[in-house]
Design a protein around this ligand. Structure first.
Ligand code: ADP
Ligand code: MG
Length: 210
């Protein structure tokens, strides 16, 4: 049994791939909320008064997952009417749900968008399909899985979309990269994301070097 690790080092991290220092500072200070003015005062915002802050989990465990994750991050930077603000480090984790699969590579991206939550999910599905995702069975190995974790501090509960993602607070591979880029992050209905870290301490996770 590997010793579990949580390599989360909030705030001490430099800005990750594709993020400006300004973006990184904004995320570090943000409760991932649309209350207050997390989007205020920024010059590069697409349409600042209607833009939203979303967090997306990336995961892959087939076909060179490291390369898949890097390519997926590049695809997220091209999402319509959206801007990739920051990508966490990449993390290696043991698969959840089914034994005998290769390890996962995971990360979390912060995205500024004017898409609504369902439009954003649809855009994420387009990227998943481009990476060859086939929904064969639940928890099936996949080239790329993109989950919408948070959309401002909004709660969405529709047949196709649940936000916040209903299991995000139970997964080290979500919490660790999320807290790396947004240490003060709050999950609607569940308090701070950081408060859930002790609950996932038993899940082995390793932050990969750059
Ligand atoms: P999982 O990510 O749980 O392994 P899938 O990626 O196959 O499973 O997603 C199953 C379904 O979950 C999708 O059809 C999608 O409509 C739905 N879903 C509900 N909420 C979300 C969310 N926040 N992010 C991504 N998919 C979601
Ligand atoms: Mg998914």
């Amino acid at each position: 049994m590997p010793s579990p690790r949580n390599d989360v080092q909030p705030a001490a991290q430099p800005p990750r791939h594709g993020a400006s220092t300004e973006d990184a500072e904004r995320l570090t200070d943000s409760p991932c909320s649309d209350s207050g003015s997390p989007h205020g005062g920024r010059q590069k915002s697409i349409v600042s008064d209607v833009s939203h802050l979303a967090f997306v989990a990336l995961g892959a465990n087939l076909a060179d997952p490291l390369a898949q994750l890097r390519a997926a991050a590049a695809a997220l930077a091209e999402l319509p009417e959206s801007r990739l603000l920051q990508l966490s480090s990449l993390y290696r984790t043991a698969p959840v749900g089914i034994r005998g699969q290769p390890d996962f590579i995971n990360a979390v991206a912060a995205i500024e968008t004017v898409l609504d939550p369902q439009q954003l999910l649809d855009a994420l599905f387009v990227v998943e399909r481009r990476f060859g995702r086939r929904r064969e069975f639940h928890h099936a190995p996949r080239t790329l899985d993109l989950d919408l974790l948070l959309y401002d501090q909004r709660v969405v509960d529709s047949p196709r979309l649940s936000v916040p993602h209903p299991r995000m607070h139970l997964r080290a591979f979500v919490l660790a990269p999320l807290l790396e880029i947004a240490p003060l992050c709050r999950i609607p209905g569940r308090g701070t994301a950081a408060a859930w870290l002790p609950a996932v301490r038993g899940q082995a996770i390793q932050r990969l070097a750059e």
